[in-house]
Design a protein around this ligand. Structure first.
Ligand SMILES: C[S@@+](CC[C@H](N)C(=O)[O-])C[C@H]1O[C@@H](n2cnc3c(N)ncnc32)[C@H](O)[C@@H]1O
Length: 232
């Protein structure tokens, strides 16, 4: 297996952040949701505790909680150092400062770690790398989410994105990707071509979100399968 845990940005957000990034409504909470690249976020743990139906997919789930915890510690030092050097690139309204941010993130990732082994046994955390196909029927999920992975890591390239989103759309009636900018906060260089590709067969929409931490990262891309949308 070529996937290396050491190469991963093991950093995770909480469910409130997901809810605001993806404009998740109370009706959405009743849906079957898949998160792709959820990593050590506490979205699954917190949503499951509220009775929601969430499955998370990420290559790091092939590793043990102990290994992931170690990688989180390494990532923590790198991320917090970078953040301290680039404070002006962020909007400090929801977080009161660096230590508030660090505490919130660590608390989210601890929630994830506490839930991980149990959730893995229950099939809620599945080791999987996009764009590999998943052995489930078409439209098994209502909503597929990608937070801080697709569109952001532009080096993965156009073909990777088309294959990844194609598989997500095969599995889900609707796909939401946040944000639509790259790691530097500029519009992702892939966004125009990705929209052009999916606009042919699907309903594509970009809307603003209440969530904005990285400056200008306040838009979510929604791609809805035209046939699935017509069935509503
Ligand atoms: C920056 S983290 C974001 C974690 C979480 N979505 C959040 O917003 O809090 C990016 C995640 O993408 C995952 N990832 C890397 N390559 C992937 C792939 N090919 N398919 C799915 N996820 C991948 C990483 O393991 C990591 O957990």
């Amino acid at each position: 297996m070529s996937f290396k845990l050491k190469s991963v940005v093991a950093w995770g957000r909480n469910a409130d952040e997901y809810i605001n990034m993806f404009n998740i409504t109370s009706a959405d909470m009743e849906c079957k949701i898949a998160g792709f690249g959820d990593g050590p976020s506490s979205f699954n743990a917190e949503m499951t505790a509220k009775g929601a139906d969430v499955t998370s997919y990420d290559p790091i789930y092939a590793f043990s909680a102990e290994d992931i915890k170690d990688r989180i510690e390494d990532t923590r030092n790198i991320v917090m150092e970078q953040m301290s050097q680039n404070m002006d690139n962020y909007v400090w309204t929801n977080f009161k400062g660096l230590s508030d941010l660090e505490n919130t993130r660590i608390s989210a990732m601890n929630n994830f770690l506490l839930d991980f082994e149990k959730g893995k046994k229950e099939g809620r955390y599945v080791a999987h790398s996009l764009p590999d196909s998943i052995d489930l029927p078409d439209k098994y999920y209502d909503i597929g989410l990608s937070s801080h992975f697709l569109l952001m890591y532009t080096d993965l390239g156009y073909d990777f994105h088309i294959r990844a989103i194609d598989e997500m759309l095969r599995l889900c009636r609707e796909v939401r990707i946040f944000p639509v900018c790259d790691l530097d906060g500029r519009d992702s260089k892939l966004i125009k071509d990705v929209i052009e590709y999916f606009d042919r067969e699907h309903i594509v929409d970009i809307s603003e979100t209440k969530y904005e931490f990285q400056k200008a990262a306040n838009k979510v891309l929604k791609i809805t399968d035209r046939n699935a949308a017509n069935k509503n």
